[in-house]
Design a protein around this ligand. Structure first.
Ligand code: DOR
Ligand code: ZN
Ligand code: ZN
Length: 434
């Protein structure tokens, strides 16, 4: 198995820490096989799958079902298990059962999983902090959004911008602030999913300066699209959080360049085309496929001079490898690292087509977009899964759970008053002080 790398760039395979492969539960939207094929063709060699499947990945049974489904994967994978009020007492059991990490739906979205209470968040963070396990948070305030949406629907708003009106940036800012407060107090590692607003960047910047281990991702749609596109695309571009006004795009780019936002993920969220094109915007499912288009979209921006290719490698591979403790194992070209590699042709131009996607959700806001810079060959642990842009179908199942190789460095220390000893040893601190 050889290919010529002449004229190509050899990059670490991308690590997409945010995909919804829908399996088990929604095979008409995506399966592990089709989602991971999309990843492989997109130059992504490791994915982390989200728990809003059916059943949700919050019990050992559901986790076992997901690990079984993932046996057909072309690429390596981590499993974010569900963190909510019903699972918070069993987080360690879920880790023992094969979960790599957790996802908390603090903002309501597809699957309608209830947001964890603030009490459960604090408790879960206390549990995970000593283990160094990072929790990804969908940070939007559900209570703000539920009221707004109710009022908008009662007022008869069904226009493309109604979805944004229901999910204002303040809902995101508030939730991020709350998560950072709880992470700082407990010493837990947290990760902010799909950061979309310019106005909450200061929270990340200042928390990092104080030493809070908060990482953040943004997605191509928040960098490259905005409400102008929403007017054209309507429900097709409906996504949570919503794409925002044009003023948000540039600050997000700057935050990536400054390291305030650490990485690019996609929130790959496929739905069937008919679920994305209903007349009533409130009835259009939120999200769209992304794992397959991230690399060409971002490389086009690199070709355009917005950042260096080394910046892209930091956002697509190095930062997620670091955040989930995979450095030296995969994602970074270094001695002893796995050969998770993508060869890209920076000179190749293409017109993206939703009909050519591997994903079952063949509808995309990127349809008909001109890109320059494309992944050509993808190698997972030393073996090609895509060659000359062609999926090697016999490699389905080559993907492995990254669980056995993950290493997390020790977590930072908690606030001295955070001790759960207060529950079982009343007065312990006072006795020590005497
Ligand atoms: O638009 C979205 N779709 N945002 C999310 O947070 C979830 C995702 C989905 O699962 O469809
Ligand atoms: Zn989310
Ligand atoms: Zn998501």
């Amino acid at each position: 198995e050889t290919v010529s790398a002449e004229g190509l760039y050899v990059l670490p395979g991308a690590i997409d820490s945010h995909v919804h492969f829908r399996d088990p539960g929604y095979p008409h939207k995506e399966t592990w096989k089709t989602g991971s094929a999309a990843a492989a063709c997109g130059g992504v060699t490791t994915v982390f799958d989200m728990p809003n499947t059916n059943p949700p990945t919050g019990t050992l049974e559901a986790l076992a079902m997901k690990l079984k489904a993932a046996e057909s994967s072309y690429v390596d994978f981590g499993i974010h298990a569900l963190f909510d009020d019903s699972t918070v007492a069993t987080l360690i059991d879920l880790l023992d059962g094969g979960a790599t990490s957790f996802k908390a739906f603090v903002g309501n979205t597809f699957g309608n999983l209830p947001a964890p209470s603030d009490g459960a968040l604090l408790e879960g963070f206390e549990t995970l902090a000593p283990l160094g396990i990072r929790t990804t948070v969908h940070a939007e305030n559900s209570s703000i959004m539920a009221r707004r949406q109710k009022h908008l629907r009662e007022a008869g708003r069904t226009d493309p911008l109604a979805h944004l009106a229901a999910r204002p940036a303040v809902a995101e800012i508030e939730a991020i602030g709350r998560i950072i407060t709880l992470a700082e107090w407990t010493g837990a590692r947290v990760h902010i999913a799909h950061h979309s607003a310019a106005d909450s960047l200061y929270l990340l910047r200042e928390a990092k300066r104080r030493g809070v281990d908060v990482t953040a991702e943004t997605c191509p749609q928040y960098l490259l699209l905005n409400t102008v596109n929403m007017l054209d695309l309507g429900g097709l571009l409906r996504v949570n959080p919503p794409v925002r006004e044009p003023r948000h795009n540039e600050p997000l780019w700057r935050a990536l360049l400054d390291g305030v936002i650490d990485m690019i993920a996609t929130d790959h969220a496929p739905h069937a085309p008919e679920e994305k094109t209903r007349d009533d915007i409130w009835e259009c499912d939120c999200g769209f496929p992304g794992v397959e288009t991230q690399m060409p979209l971002m490389l086009t921006e690199i070709n355009g001079g917005r950042a260096a290719i080394t910046d892209y490698v930091r956002w697509s591979a190095e930062a997620p490898a670091r955040a989930w403790g995979l450095q030296g194992v995969k994602g970074v070209i270094a001695p002893g690292a796995h050969a998770d590699i993508v060869l890209v042709d920076m000179g190749r131009s293409e017109n993206l087509s939703q009909y050519r996607l591997q994903s079952i959700g063949k509808i995309s806001p990127w349809h008909d977009r001109q890109v320059k810079g494309c992944p050509l060959h993808t190698m997972v642990r030393g073996r090609f899964v895509v060659r000359d842009g062609e999926l090697l179908e016999h490699t389905a199942g080559w993907g492995q759970s990254i669980k056995p190789v993950q290493r997390m460095p020790p977590a930072r220390v908690a606030h001295p008053d955070t001790t759960t000893r207060a529950i079982t040893e009343p007065g312990a601190a006072e006795r020590e002080a005497r």
